[in-house]
Ligand binder design. Structure first.
Ligand code: ACM
Length: 381
């Protein structure tokens, strides 16, 4: 039996605007690789992770993906945070029949034979978040996002939800990935002028710090005018400062505070490997479980060929930190959990709502309503 390593390729930026969250995804991947290897690898073969640093620059994702596949003979790629980057990598993995595992919430409306999508799409974050916010805070919504496909598409879905609910869209504002504090200051002046019921946020990367900082400077109050975000996780909060995000809302499939033994063990292993000051987040968790899922698929298939893995994946369930997950063979997206959390003073989330079981993926948003699946109100709030 061969003991040769099985190569995995990691596309995780260590510099630039999205380095914070991609480094977290890289650490989740490294933790899972270490765990798989400690358990004997895949039938005796360890995983070996080949890492690239695309520096948060769009073209580098595609060129590193190609060099991993062609020069280093890697068939399985992991990573990419922004949809803009995934869109660049997609034709590369398709050209060489490699498989990208993409561990990030995104806009949906996409399928590739060569991508496995392990993050959530709108029916698991926009839809329950809109329902929660409309009921508690109102329906006058101001939207702010980074200037690229994910915020455009996410705002398109949110706009439909607002109109269907008889609400009002006050504005849809986009800022460049490298926008300055002054750009955000202008935006926040608009917020003060418009006084929305809440701000819907799909800003990614370093810009989030400016957004929450300026909100804080203006002395606005989250209990009156919260930021409802799809992009603000524990990792961003650690950089921004817990006191500036406390009280604001995020929708995600996973929070570090999820209370079950599998999550507690994964977070304990993470802190042991990377230090007590690390925090987990939704992209870390998907980056973590997808490596375990891949190892399981290779063991079950008795093969490391992309075609065999693609075939076997939908037959497997994996007990992830968020709860049990599995991949849908028809659309390559994942059955996941939905949660809404309120950031607390410790930089963690108090979970307000969560599904009692995983929910079938709906990447084309055929059912744009939170009905049809059970949501449990944990706090009565
Ligand atoms: C994203 O671009 N999917 C966060």
């Amino acid at each position: 039996m061969s003991s040769e390593p099985i190569l995995l390729g990691g596309l995780f930026s260590e510099s630039g605007a999205i380095a914070d969250i991609e480094a977290s995804m890289r650490r989740g991947t490294e933790l899972a690789v270490a765990e798989v290897n400690a358990q004997g690898g895949v039938n005796g073969r360890p995983f070996e992770l080949r890492l690239c640093n695309p520096e948060s620059k769009v073209p580098l994702y595609a060129s590193y993906a190609e060099s991993l596949i062609v020069e280093q003979k890697v068939q399985f790629l992991l990573g990419c945070y922004m949809s803009r980057m995934r869109k660049m990598v997609m034709p590369v993995v398709e050209r060489y029949n490699a498989l990208l595992f993409y561990p990030v919430f995104y806009e949906g409306f996409e399928y590739s034979d060569n991508i496995i999508y392990t993050g959530s799409t709108s029916h698991l974050n926009n839809v329950p978040l809109a329902s929660y916010m409309f009921e508690r805070f109102g329906k006058r919504v101001l939207m702010v996002g980074t200037d690229y496909i994910y915020p455009y598409e996410s705002n398109r879905v949110m706009s439909d939800l607002i109109y269907e609910a008889g609400g009002e869209k006050l504005g849809e504002y986009y800022v460049p990935l490298d926008a300055t504090r002054e750009d955000y200051r202008k935006l926040m002046q608009q917020v003060v002028a418009d006084r929305p019921s809440f701000i819907f946020c799909t800003v990614v990367g370093d810009g989030l710090r400016h957004l929450y900082d300026l909100y804080w400077e203006l002395g606005l109050k989250p209990e009156e005018l919260p930021i409802a975000s799809l992009t603000t996780s524990e990792t961003e909060i650690r950089s921004i400062g817990a006191e500036k995000v406390a009280g604001h809302i995020t929708a995600a499939s996973y929070f570090q505070s999820v209370d079950n033994p599998i999550n507690r063990q994964a977070v304990a292993n993470y802190k042991r490997m990377f230090g007590d000051d690390q925090v987990a987040d939704m992209c870390w968790e998907a980056a973590y479980f997808q490596v375990h899922l891949l190892a399981m698929a290779m063991c079950k298939a008795g093969s490391q060929q992309v075609d065999d893995i693609r075939r076997i994946l939908p037959t497997l369930e994996y007990p992830a930190p968020q709860g049990t997950i599995r991949v849908d063979g028809n659309n390559h997206h994942t059955y996941l959990h939905a949660r809404i959390g309120r950031a607390n003073a410790q930089g963690q989330f108090d979970i307000l709502f969560e599904t009692s079981q995983n929910v079938a993926p709906d990447p084309y948003l055929i059912s744009p309503r939170p009905g049809g699946w059970v949501i449990r109100d944990r706090r009565g709030s």
